[in-house]
Design a binder for this molecule. Sequence first.
Ligand code: AHM
Ligand code: MG
Length: 337
Amino acid sequence: MAQHTFRTLGEFIIEKQEDFRYSTGELSRLLSAIKLAAKVVNSEVNKAGIADITGQAGNTNIQGEEQQKLDVLANDLFIKALSQREVVCGIASEENDNFIEIEAGDNVHLSKYVVLIDPLDGSSNIDVNVSVGTIFSIYRRVTQPGTPVELKDFLQKGSQQVAAGYIIYGSSTMLVYTTGNGVNGFTLDPTLGTFYLSHPDMKTPTQGKIYSINEGYYFKFPQGVKNYIKHCQEEKDDRPYTSRYIGSLAADFHRNLLKGGIYIYPTTSQSPNGKLRLLYECNPMAFLIEQAGGKASDGFKRILDITPTELHQRVAFFCGSAAMVTKAEEFMSEAVH
Ligand code: AHM
Ligand code: MG
């Protein structure tokens, strides 16, 4: 059950700034910019049913998928909020082909952070009033401050993340994030426009009873995944598990984080590298789940240890309660040996 506190996200960010020695407050300003953009996107998502902003924008993104108008809007809003406040030196977005370099007046590129963002994940759900989300990931640049950002500033292992989080625009809107000291969740009070700490120090159960996978693609899955699904369905011990799949990563992840479960988007015969993106979706969720005591893997190895080679790289994703992910990995390696 959510605990009600009167601690706001703004206060929390400032208190936590003291956890970082020599902190200049730059990360706090960056998180505040994300908080502000989240509120604006939230109000747009809530209006989606009545305003003329749903439906296709007529563009396709780099992956050849049609963009919804709200994707474009959310992308613009987050990029504006981050660039106008001069809190980052570069942004990479799932919706943009290349990363964006932020120049800040005379203080060119002085910020030390880059942000990677999926501004509106699960956007195919918007028209049917199902929860969507924003997922973000923050790194310290590896190149010298004061010089233009480079691709290598974005292609860092997930284990290098400084902070990560998501906003879920659902029956209530929540912002959940980590800076590597546990996971905290904040619920938006829409009447006041304020996020309050509602889920302090979130931990996921080691063993859950939910499995989340798009079983429509069953015949396209690797044998290890097929076997694991059968294991979940078997009547034995605490099984069968229950199946829950929304098709909106932030929502599926959030439910499993709270209740315990496993989310799987494996490789398929159609998408041999999986569907989800390592940098915008899997790394931030992997950082969060590990901070909550869970586990994230590509079926064989830790997501956060993968060295990315391209911005829009895809990867298979097994994420959730530690014991369940370990079990799924056992099925994966048994099937290949
Ligand atoms: P998107 O970034 O194009 O919105 O796609 C990501 C979404 C995830 O939110 C979700 O978990 C997955 O795609 C669902 O895919 P599928 O419809 O193939 O099950
Ligand atoms: Mg996405």
